[in-house]
Design a protein. Structure first.
Length: 182
């Protein structure tokens, strides 16, 4: 879970893996389940854990994991299907609830303000991230405003890894910062 790259196409996924991404999350807002399955087929051959954003049925059909936001339904369906489940959280209480519900990891944030998700809540900062990390035994992946200059701070706060959207172009620098912090 070190470097979680949120990508919308297979070319970006290949670049992310080439730079050291260990998890690929197919994120294509507004795409239908069928579109995600068609696009996701090429992801299955890449040497990284594959997760679909928000769409449990597409994840099941692809044999992938799924990451669900706080308002997304489907956690029970994902667990019934036996696929990897990640859940978004922004408080320690939500993280504890996610772990109890069966999540394999949580995405915590936004750590800092981010232009990638306009409906994100207020930043939790490194102290909020640290509190979430201390509240659960499952991996915590920091997201929101993460870049090479601050990724190591997330690891030092207890995160198992970081997730990036706009930072995919700087994946190698992110991986080096994470590796140095670990």
């Amino acid at each position: 879970m070190r470097l979680h790259a949120l990508v919308g196409d297979v070319d970006a996924a290949r670049r992310a893996v080439g730079g050291g991404a260990t998890v690929l999350q197919l994120r294509r807002k507004g795409a239908s389940t069928r579109e995600l399955v068609e696009l996701g087929r090429a992801f299955r051959d890449l040497p990284a854990t594959f997760v679909v954003n928000d769409d449990v049925e597409a994840a099941i059909e692809l044999g992938a994991g799924v990451h669900l936001g706080r308002d997304d339904a489907g956690a029970e369906r994902a667990l019934e299907a036996g696929i990897l489940l990640g859940l978004s959280v922004d408080t320690p209480a939500e993280a504890v609830d996610a772990e109890r519900a069966g999540a394999a990891y949580v995405g915590a944030g936004p750590v800092w303000a981010t232009p990638s998700k306009t409906d994100a809540g207020p930043p939790i900062g490194l102290e909020g991230l640290r509190a979430i990390c201390l509240s659960v035994s499952i991996p915590v992946v920091a997201i929101g405003g993460v870049e090479a200059a601050n990724a190591a701070d997330c690891i030092r706060a207890g995160a198992a890894g970081v997730a990036v959207i706009r930072g995919v172009a700087e994946v190698e620098a992110l991986r080096e910062a994470i590796d140095a912090a670990l």
